[in-house]
Ligand binder design. Structure first.
Ligand code: HEM
Length: 431
């Protein structure tokens, strides 16, 4: 399946589209860079793990999901592209909210953080409503139109997870036991609901694109039951976690929900694995997506076991294993892979530009992939002390260098666009 980056013949709209995706790519790269700097600085300056995690998950990944879920939904639903103004306004407001959350929590200003969370949640509700309106007004939807429903479920998860985050940030939850249960529910909703459901839905169409092959016939058939298993499983886990302070035996219910989510994730990979037998992965986006998906399955299996063991064990596992694996192995790696594929398609401006952007983004990708994944493996297996410092250094060298390449590719593209604007009419194309 091919996604049209811009309609033919309409140069004005094409330029606007390129400028929009350049801004979005720069925003994502900026947050990724900030997260890498915070991780690199954390041994010198006492910055909390919370900040790096939220720069990555709330800053970089949330911007990416908001921009590209709309882009993919338009393609899958064959929706007519109207004015981008409301989407631009939402993106501006989203980032104001994100910055308020980051500054509020880091600066111990609970009310500022809570106000930021309210803005983020309101923007995501508006974004989700715009996708629902798109579904309703698109009678000619393609075979994978169900993927748009993954984005709706993801939006609902962030609305709930962000509200819980706002309550925790404001300090309005007094009971430590309830705060522990809500923190776990917040982490599951945001990591596996907002980001996980968006990833699982998108991969049904992204895989054929990165492998440059046709979509497996099984993909549209499996997408529906996978959505029921993953979104349903997550809803069961979250409700069970929230009930834990009052009801006994809830850990088994929470673990059962996560087991269903894991089953859905494994099933969702089957169409891609069958296509890989015909077209093995050879490029940076394909390997990044594959490795990210493998880490997701590992993290889900560990999460299921942790939840079955009890709230305290699940909480310990979250900090020790799930945050590093999901943060670096899944979020940073999949974002890097997806941007390596999407930026050339959306901002390249034609075959020559696409090749240029791809060449920059794929620089030394094999070395970076090995370093990043070896770092994640070392982080979860090696003891505290210098081995873990070395593991973080490998992760930074592997995934933390990507934002620099993205900024280089985007600024080179902008410089060429400015040069073209100043060229006399009829000049040969810039190749
Ligand atoms: C509206 C936006 C958000 C707000 C206000 C918020 C706020 C918070 C707060 C206050 C905590 C600390 C709870 C505690 O330990 O007392 C927390 C933890 C956490 N948040 Fe968020 N958050 C937001 C969005 C996100 C997103 C999008 C993600 C997805 C990556 C995320 C992932 C996590 C995780 C995994 C933890 C647990 C951290 C740990 O236990 O060390 N949050 N969040």
């Amino acid at each position: 399946m091919a996604v049209q980056a811009a309609p033919d013949g309409d140069r004005g709209r094409r330029k606007t589209r390129i400028a929009w995706h350049t801004t979005a790519g720069a925003l994502v790269a900026g947050y990724l860079l900030a997260a890498a700097v915070v991780v690199a600085a954390h041994r010198v300056v006492p910055v909390p793990q919370w900040l790096a995690l939220h720069l990555l998950g709330l800053g970089a990944a949330t911007n990416a999901v908001v921009v590209w879920s709309r882009f993919f939904a338009q393609a899958l639903l064959h929706a007519r592209t109207g004015s981008e103004r409301p989407a631009q306004l939402r993106l501006g407001l989203l980032n104001a909210g994100v910055i308020a959350v980051l500054a509020g929590v880091a600066g111990h200003a609970g009310l500022v953080a809570a106000a930021g969370a309210a803005v983020v949640v309101a923007v995501i509700i508006a974004h989700t409503a715009s996708l629902l309106a798109m579904i309703r007004s698109s009678p000619l939807a393609g075979p994978l139109a169900v993927v748009a429903w993954y984005y709706l479920a993801a939006g609902a998860a962030l609305a709930a997870g962000g509200t819980i985050g706002g309550l925790l940030a404001a300090g309005w939850v007094r009971s430590p036991r309830l705060a522990g249960a809500l923190t776990l529910a917040h982490a599951q909703l945001n990591l596996l609901g907002w980001l996980g459901l968006a990833l699982i839905g998108t991969q049904f169409m992204l895989w054929p694109m990165v492998l440059r092959t046709r979509m497996s016939d099984a993909a549209p058939r499996l997408a529906r039951p996978v959505l029921v298993l993953t979104a349903g499983g997550l809803a069961v886990t979250t409700c069970a976690l929230v009930c834990t302070p009052w009801l006994g035996g809830m850990r088994w219910v929470a673990a059962a929900g996560m087991a269903a989510y894991l089953a859905g994730t494994v099933i969702s990979a089957l169409p891609a694995l069958s296509r890989m037998r015909v077209r093995p992965p050879r490029t940076a986006p394909a390997w990044g997506l594959l490795a990210g998906y493998a880490w997701l399955a590992i993290a889900l299996a560990a999460d299921t076991a942790g939840l079955a063991a009890g709230l305290r064990q699940a909480d310990q596992l979250l900090g020790r294993l799930l945050i590093p694996v999901l943060g670096a192995g899944v979020i940073a790696q999949v974002l890097t892979a997806a941007l390596t594929y999407l930026l050339p398609v959306t901002v390249g401006g034609g075959p020559t530009g696409n090749r240029r952007v791809t060449a920059t983004l794929e620089r030394a990708w094999r070395t970076r992939a090995v370093l990043g994944n070896a770092g994640v493996l070392a982080l979860v297996t090696l003891p505290a002390g210098w081995p873990r410092v070395a593991a973080w250094a490998a992760i930074l060298a592997g995934f933390g260098t990507f934002p620099g390449l993205a900024v280089a590719a985007l600024t080179a593209g902008q410089a060429r666009a400015i040069r073209r604007r100043h060229m006399p009419e009829g000049s040969p194309p810039d190749v």
